[in-house]
Ligand binder design. Structure first.
Ligand code: PRP
Length: 209
């Protein structure tokens, strides 16, 4: 019998761009992932199933082996830390940049800089490497509002077209890292299910090219 494999995916842009890659690798879900309320999906390959979860949870499912593989943004992976998993393929989808942003013409405060973000780990690391002391304010979304209402001096967030920043009078300031989605693999799965995992990773890699 073929080895069972579970792939963790998250709804949204990443999913929309991942499904064609999976299809090219011969894996097609039997239901419509976007309209269904189900969380586990069978695919055209009897031994491969998909689980649909929040994007920030994908590395955790893969870390603990609840999923053998997953697709997650580099932002989510860097924030998670990457324990227990390997980043195998840059899928080159959903590309954007992680940046600091603020008001271009506003002088930086003399006291400690206040930074609002939903990426505390990445932000702490970035400012630590520069020897800059900052006060982190953890948010869960709509970071762009924080400088506008005086909650923070700057933000750390993803920038794609720059339209969201612009619409709120903000400017991208410092580049932190380039972001794209990655195929990640559970470390134990790569050992225990080496042949089917490697085969599937190879097929997806080929689909990207
Ligand atoms: C992201 C990000 C910015 C916006 C940037 O949010 O947090 O708000 O996109 O894109 P732009 O530069 O093209 O305007 P997203 O819409 O993914 O929602 P989220 O806040 O839930 O992550």
């Amino acid at each position: 019998m073929a080895t069972e494999l579970t792939i963790a995916l998250a709804k949204g842009r990443i999913l929309d761009e991942t499904l064609p890659l999976l299809a090219r690798a011969g894996i097609e879900p039997v239901d419509d992932l976007n309209s269904s309320r189900k969380l586990v999906f069978a695919t055209s390959q009897a031994n491969i199933k998909l689980v649909l979860i929040r994007s920030a949870d994908v590395p955790t499912y893969v870390q603990y082996g609840a999923a053998d593989m997953g697709v997650a943004g580099k932002d989510v992976l860097a924030e998670h830390g990457g324990e227990g998993l390997y980043e195998r393929v840059d899928l080159k989808i959903a590309p954007c940049r992680m940046m600091t942003a603020g008001f271009a013409d506003r002088p930086m405060p003399r006291t400690r800089l206040k930074v609002a973000t939903k990426y505390p780990r990445i932000t702490r690391q970035f400012f630590l490497e520069q020897g800059r002391q900052v006060e982190l304010i953890k948010l869960y979304g709509s970071m762009e509002l924080a400088p506008v209402v005086g909650l923070a001096d700057i933000i750390v967030d993803l920038v794609d077209t720059g339209n969201t920043l612009k619409a709120n009078g903000l400017t991208p300031l410092e580049h932190i890292m380039d972001i794209s989605s990655r195929l990640i693999v559970n470390r134990a799965s790569l050992k225990m299910k080496n042949q089917p995992v490697k085969e599937l990773v190879g097929k997806i890699e080929k689909a990207v090219k």
